[in-house]
Design a protein. Structure first.
Length: 341
């Protein structure tokens, strides 16, 4: 056999110990983060690990310490900005805490019921210390039946059955604050381009829009609906942009707001001189819209940090708030103004 294809022997703790001039027990304490090792000795061990290319055996360490140092994340969608940013924030927060993440996408629409059942059965095999569930109903109820016993779970929906710990974004409050901003500017009512009907965040933003108009005694226009995309915001916008009674629109995300901008321009109108627009998410691109978009800012980093800190607190047997809510904040830019007289 050609020597260049011969598998190399895995570097052992004994190799590191010999290179660093310490005992194997000292190398074990440094690798596993247990016990006390004086700084100079720790540095010699780490330098030896780097020089030899030593990598701790995570499976053996998990068996020894009773921890996989991994958090599982189940997400029903990877196609929307909000879901991607949330998962990114969870992975970043977990890494800072010294944990890896295992992502299990649950693309329900692309699977038969049998496929979904097999997918959830995989949860029983996950080598994780805790789970974070970013799922929508009715998948939450189905997932609850398949959760691996003894593994702590953090939910991202307060309506999840038997949820002990929930981290949520107050989507209803975000929708309400967007509408109040437009009403405070003097608009008589606010039209709404909502997200998909089965989307929980979309439904709660729509509820905030509706209840705020009703509480103010204003007319509630018919809901226009998109699919979060720029194109769907444009198509919905074409139905109302030319109307003289439309002076303010709340879009359920920034991408649909961008599409609505195009519909307004094609109707020979301007934002905000003729129609004020508020988006949701406050994406990095929102400030680059022409004009820069007023939007409800979602703090995805804070959501991820709270999910991970709650999960690790459960792993450690510490007390955890049953509900932790992150409130979106209005970021006012140049897309909103008082209505023209």
């Amino acid at each position: 056999m050609n020597s260049q294809f011969r598998p190399q022997r895995r570097v052992s703790m004994a190799d590191v110990a010999k290179h660093a001039g310490v005992s194997a027990q000292t190398v074990s304490r440094v690798a596993n983060g247990t016990g006390t090792v004086i700084p100079d000795t720790r540095r010699r061990v780490i330098d030896a690990m780097d020089a030899l290319g030593y990598r701790p055996n995570s499976a053996a360490r998990a068996l020894k310490l009773g921890s996989f140092r991994t958090i599982g994340v189940l997400s029903q969608s990877l196609s929307t900005l909000g879901d991607v940013r949330t998962i990114e924030a969870i992975a970043t927060s977990a890494a800072i805490a010294g944990y890896a993440t295992t992502l299990v996408p649950v693309h329900v629409a692309a699977h038969s019921q049998a496929d979904v059942d097999r997918l959830f059965s995989r949860m029983q095999e996950l080598a994780v210390d805790a789970l974070i569930l970013n799922l929508e109903s009715p998948m939450l109820a189905h997932a609850a039946e398949m959760l691996p016993p003894g593994v702590p779970v953090v939910y991202m929906d307060p309506e999840a059955p038997d949820a002990r710990v929930v981290v949520d974004t107050d989507q209803n409050r975000g929708g309400a604050d967007a509408v109040r901003h437009l009403l405070d500017l003097g608009h008589r009512t606010v039209w709404h381009i909502a997200g998909p009907e089965r989307s929980r965040p979309s439904g709660r933003r729509e509820d905030g829009w509706r209840t705020t108009l009703e509480a103010a005694g204003r007319d509630v226009p018919p809901v226009l609906r998109g699919d979060w995309s720029v194109e769907s915001g444009y198509l919905a916008g074409k139905r109302i942009a030319a109307r003289d009674d439309v002076t303010a629109v709340f879009c359920s995300n920034d991408q649909m707001a961008l599409g609505f901008y195009r519909a307004v321009a094609e109707a020979d109108k301007r934002v905000p001189q003729d129609i004020s627009v508020v988006g949701f998410d406050d994406t990095a691109d929102a400030r680059g819209y022409a004009p820069p978009l007023t939007s409800m800012h979602q703090d995805f980093a804070e959501v991820g940090q709270r999910c991970v800190s709650s999960a690790l607190a459960l792993v450690g047997g510490r007390d955890v708030p049953a509900l932790s809510v992150v409130v979106p904040q209005l970021v006012v830019r140049d897309s909103t103004a008082p209505p023209a007289l």
